[in-house]
Design a protein around this ligand. Sequence first.
Ligand code: DUC
Ligand code: ZN
Ligand code: ZN
Length: 473
Amino acid sequence: MPTTLITGGTVVSSTGRAEADVLIDGETIAAVLAPGSALLGHDLKSSVDTVLDAAGKYVIPGGIDAHTHMQMPFGGTEASDTFETGTRAAAWGGTTTIVDFAIQKYGERVMDALQSWHEKADGECAIDYGFHQIIGDVNDDSLKAMEGLIGEGVSSYKMFMAYPGVFYSDDAQIYKAMRVGADTGLMTMMHAENGPAIDAMVAELLAQGKTDPYYHGVARAWQMEEEATHRAIMLANLTGAPLYVVHVSAKQAVAQLAAARSNGQNVFGETCPQYLYLSLEDQLGAPGFEGAKWVCSTPLRSKQEHHQDHMWQALRTNELQMVSTDHCPFCMKGQKDMGVGDFSKIPNGIGGVEHRMNLLYQGVVDGRISLERWVEITSTTPARMFGMYGRKGAITPGADADVVIYDPAGHTSIGLEKTHHMNMDYSAWEGFEIDGHVDTVLSRGRVIVDGDQYLGSKTHGRFLRRDPSQYLI
Ligand code: DUC
Ligand code: ZN
Ligand code: ZN
């Protein structure tokens, strides 16, 4: 087994930092040692196969993006990143694990859907990957099938309170599925927006000739998110199901989660970089059809109402527990442009799997979060939340050697011409400047990114069987 020693760096965990060397044996972390340690009388530097110098740099557990949609069929098209291109882009940005969504369409059997997602991803991924299961058709058969998901290494499922006629579940269906969630230990994930009311408002706006991308954000008002979040929390409370609300963007929805948590309920929330940095006014409201680049759901929120500051604050106070991307890229040409003259036909989604680690690190530089909290919300908590901890999310003996060497003195200019490996014809993050740089990325002991060189392969990533959540109160 090849051995690697990462020397001279500052190893950062969710609880602290220390100068330490990291010894990797094959695919796993063998030891975290005082700098310059010898082991059984052997000088490690001269005994290992590879030495990686991390002097002046942070050594952190590889990022875990627990919310991606590679090649997702949606909005009359398909998300433009395949598992191959999307996981490669993730690796470039210091993310070494994704959890994507297998989709049960209406009329389809759950296990058939899961199998077809295995077929899409198998042999195509640069990094390790797991699946959540989307339940798009709650019926007796799918409720029964849900009982077998943990046995398949899929310990979470997602439902939608939005998108009537596509993925939508009504309250009775949610109630029934949550009963299974409570009984089996599956984590219930929820897209919490009131879809029927949103669709009524979309029709009203279009009838008034309000067709620009900006109105996507108007139709999906924060009241629709707050109401659905509250309803999901109440149904979870009634059934005893643990609940994880995806892509929280409204401060009012955070307040609902915080109230439930202070009541002792197992309720969690993620936000995404777009809700920390981007806004209804500046991006969705960009002139002409430009705003389509940032059409996603939940939508970007008003800067005037300070939702973005609230998301950062909620991350600091653990009212929100982690940050994923909801990576769901579409090109402007041939995809987003289906909605010229009708915002409701713009495929919903933003690509960002490549930039999450950097964008969140900028939050450290800007004094929004601590260095340790950065590691916690991008890696350690996702591992614990979704049953991967022990193998992922920490640099600790026995864990997979998924490691990023991050240079705080480096710099990253985000943009299509500069740092862009996602399969999109634009960057939603064009022009963002980051005071840090992903230097080296290891996935299970193998260097897959080294400076400006990609050394990975699409057959390296493995399906990750996950356990039930290790985060419950
Ligand atoms: N929201 C998006 O923006 N894209 C994919 C699905 C979703 O809920
Ligand atoms: Zn969603
Ligand atoms: Zn999503």
